[in-house]
Write a protein that binds this ligand. Structure first.
Ligand code: 2RA
Length: 329
């Protein structure tokens, strides 16, 4: 059955990639409607060899016969327009953080908790990019060995901030001052993503902590995180330290990861093989390497996890959710 799909925020980096993934994955589309802010009105986008005109988002945008609306236009637009789309019977898949922790809104990574889609009430949230990539390998490990504690340290690409982040890096290398970030990002690391909260953590760190618990459906998990912006154009890397309840042999860890949906193990230090941003760019799977026991604690391991934050971390995951929704429509 072909569906009528809307993309809200169609001209942003994630919005454009959503459209590209709808085409690449041959999503069954009847009509495609593209919405953006006034400044992008009239822009044209190619889709399945046809040219589509971007329209300005307004209150009439959802009066049309639309089955699924994919939002990637920031939290304010989602807070304002997702309920309007939902009232029209449209299923909203929202990439912003606006609804992620709402108890009536499932937070979905299709390889991890597809069953949660069954209780949506019209809005489904796409998790934060750095969270999506870590829960993909963590879910099978949690099922097999019961994770007790997680320590996340992230190395996040500037594409996570959109075109402005990329501009700051490329300009910075050419000696041009930063605009997007509070400090120069060229030849630098900035331990500050999103805003600082009173407890000293940034919103990005709290997103990883709280979203992991929701997606793995385990509020007892003990988690801490440090999220850092690094001078990498695309792909987020995360150092993950895990402590399990159960003892394990390293071979068991490999076996679980080898057969995990959406995971590629790249781990051969004899040949300098491990996941890197420059080799993972443009892929949709999550790459895991540097798998080794943490000898400083009981039942501990370390992992290095790399994924394309714009594709699997945002656009591809959202389209995979749309594929799950399409099956149930
Ligand atoms: C970032 N995860 O990397 C955030 C939002 N994409 O900036």
């Amino acid at each position: 059955k072909k569906l009528n799909v809307a993309v809200v925020g169609a001209t942003g980096m994630v919005g454009r990639t959503i459209i590209k993934m709808l085409e690449e994955r041959s999503f069954p589309i009847n009509n495609l409607y593209l919405y953006a802010s006034a400044k992008s009105k009239g822009a044209t986008v190619q889709f399945n060899n046809l040219e589509y005109i971007v329209e300005e988002l307004n209150d009439a945008s959802f009066d049309r016969d639309i089955d699924i609306a994919l939002f990637s236009a920031g939290g304010d637009i989602s807070k304002d327009y997702a309920p309007k789309a939902k009232e029209k019977g449209i299923v909203v898949i929202d990439n912003s953080s606006a609804w992620r922790m709402d108890k009536d809104v499932p937070l979905i990574v299709p390889e991890v908790n597809p069953q949660d889609i069954k209780w949506h009430n019209g809005i489904i949230s796409n998790p934060n990019c750095s969270t999506i990539q870590v829960v993909v390998p963590l879910k099978p490990l949690h099922d097999a060995f019961k994770i007790e504690r997680i320590v996340y340290s992230t190395y996040q690409a500037v594409s996570g901030s959109g075109v402005g982040g990329i501009a700051d890096l490329e300009n910075g290398i050419n000696g041009i001052a930063n605009k997007k970030y509070p400090h120069p990002i060229a030849y630098n690391c900035i331990p500050h993503i999103d805003t600082f909260m009173d407890n000293g953590y940034t919103k990005e760190e709290l997103k990883m902590i709280e979203e992991t618990k929701k997606i793995l459906n385990d509020p007892s998990l003990k988690i801490t995180a440090t999220t850092v912006r690094v001078p990498v154009k695309n792909c987020h890397s995360v150092s993950v330290n895990l402590q399990f309840e159960r003892a394990f042999e390293m071979q068991e860890i490999y076996e679980v990861l080898y057969k995990s949906n959406g995971v590629v193990v790249e781990d051969n230090t004899d040949k300098n093989i491990y996941p890197m941003a420059i080799t993972v760019d443009g892929q949709d799977q999550v790459y895991v390497g540097r798998i080794r026991r943490d000898f400083s604690v009981e039942n501990g391991i370390n992992l290095w996890v790399v994924a394309d934050n714009v594709r699997k971390g945002a656009a591809t995951n959202a389209v995979q959710i749309a594929e799950l929704v399409a099956k149930n429509l």
